[in-house]
Ligand binder design. Structure first.
Ligand SMILES: Cc1cc2nc3c(=O)[nH]c(=O)nc-3n(C[C@H](O)[C@H](O)[C@H](O)COP(=O)(O)OP(=O)(O)OC[C@H]3O[C@@H](n4cnc5c(N)ncnc54)[C@H](O)[C@@H]3O)c2cc1C
Length: 383
């Protein structure tokens, strides 16, 4: 019994973990050169720099349960500084709870279990119960998964097409190889899933492409503490509408979670509007005036996601349910991930694991069976 997971973001790795635990043979195909998707943590000169998510709501159980299964439960850390400020154009003032998302004009999906707080978290909104992360950054969870899954993850192997066979599915992989699978979990962004599923005639598949992925640019800037003029309150600020500038929000990363910067240093993470020019220079210039910074940053790191956080349109949950209903009439194949079941990292873990369980169920494998040792990778037909 071979299952293929397409995409090695947090969702795909979680799905693969679920499948492996049930004793099936699993292959994970990832188009990029690294696993993890938008979860990226860079550790440089004592700084922990996040390229994607930096945490999750402490109340979200799925990612924490997975961390404990992987043996990294003791690496969970609580948010330290709480509360956020708003930049009025003249000064920083305390922000009323939950207003960060509103100020940023972030759409809150109403018809799925999406976690709007996740987005607010990015922009330092204070929420009851606070947030958590990992001691070494969010990359710890995807790194732990990748380490446990090992060579079944095949990077630089994007799936270009799928086709039904008598015993399941055949997947075409970049470079021309083909792979046979009894079950498939697609954990790719919706525009990729829409194309793959529409090509095999799944009704409603094209409408999955209604999900819009917003671009995201962040600039992380490191300073000596003495370059900061005075004390900073809260875990960051958001900019009020109509105040000009390109920095929409800023997280005081080294105050928000422990050990994000060496002693005596500060790490800021700015979220920028798409703009012409070097994002790090733009962010520094603006933060220098808001926070009273003196002198240039010691290091900077920019992450640019051309398609970052997915935003759902009304009726999204119904469209996803409709596609799943049609997929249930075909050989075992399911869809999972941020574009389908909620954007937060914990929602992605849940989505991946549940899709894997549905595929296992259709293959007649008991997902609750005790974990078995990892079998050898599946059969490659060609290439
Ligand atoms: C800047 C940013 C900040 C965020 N902050 C937070 C936060 O603080 N808290 C929070 O909870 N969430 C946050 N999120 C959201 C959360 O990180 C993501 O929703 C989640 O990590 C997405 O995981 P995924 O596996 O579903 O998708 P992805 O990470 O996008 O993974 C999909 C994978 O599929 C691969 N792929 C694509 N096409 C193919 C193909 N044809 N064949 C094979 N592989 C393919 C991609 O290369 C990718 O690796 C943030 C997101 C961004 C972008």
């Amino acid at each position: 019994m071979t299952c293929v997971v397409v995409g090695a973001g947090l969702t795909g790795l979680s799905a693969a973990w679920e499948l492996i635990r049930a004793g099936t043979e699993v292959i994970v195909l990832e188009s990029e050169r690294r696993a993890g998707g938008v979860v990226v943590t860079e550790r440089r000169e004592g700084f922990i720099v996040e390229g994607g998510p930096d945490g999750f709501l402490a109340a979200e159980p799925d990612i924490q349960a997975l961390a404990r299964e992987l043996g990294i439960g003791d690496r969970l850390v609580d948010q330290m500084a709480k509360g956020a400020m708003v930049w009025t154009g003249k000064r920083l003032e305390p922000l009323a709870e939950g207003h960060a998302a509103e100020l940023l004009g972030i759409q809150v999906p109403t018809d799925v279990g999406a976690v709007p707080a996740v987005v607010a978290a990015q922009h330092a909104a204070p929420l009851q119960g606070g947030f958590r992360s990992f001691a070494g950054g969010m990359g710890e969870i995807t790194e732990a998964l990748a380490a446990r899954l090992g060579p079944i993850i095949r990077t630089s192997q994007g799936v270009t097409g799928i086709a039904p066979t008598a015993r399941g599915w055949r997947l075409a992989v970049t470079g021309g190889s083909l792979l046979e699978a009894n079950g498939v979990v697609l954990t790719v962004p919706t525009w990729v899933a829409a194309r793959l599923l529409a090509a095999v005639g799944v009704p409603g598949a094209r409408e999955l492409d209604d999900v819009v992925y917003a671009p995201s640019v962040t600039a992380s800037l490191a300073y000596r503490r003495d370059q900061l003029n005075g004390r900073l309150d809260g875990s960051g600020f958001v900019r009020a509408a109509d105040t000009g500038g390109v920095v929409r929000a800023c997280t005081y990363a080294w105050l928000k979670y422990p050990d994000r910067a060496p002693a005596g240093y500060a790490l800021l993470r700015a979220f920028l509007e798409p703009a012409d020019g070097d994002p790090a220079a733009l962010a520094h210039r603006e933060l220098a005036s808001v926070l009273g910074l003196s002198g240039p940053p010691l290091l900077s790191r920019v992450f640019h996601w051309r398609r970052g956080l997915p935003r759902y349109k009304p009726g999204h949950a119904e469209r996803v349910a409709h596609v799943r209903e049609r997929l249930a009439r075909l050989a075992p194949l399911d869809i999972a991930g941020a574009g389908f079941d909620g954007v937060g990292v914990s929602a992605c873990v849940k989505s991946g694991r549940e899709a894997a369980q549905r595929v296992l169920g259709r293959l007649g494998v008991d997902p609750g069976a005790p974990p078995r040792s990892q079998p050898s990778p599946g059969r490659s037909l060609r290439g």
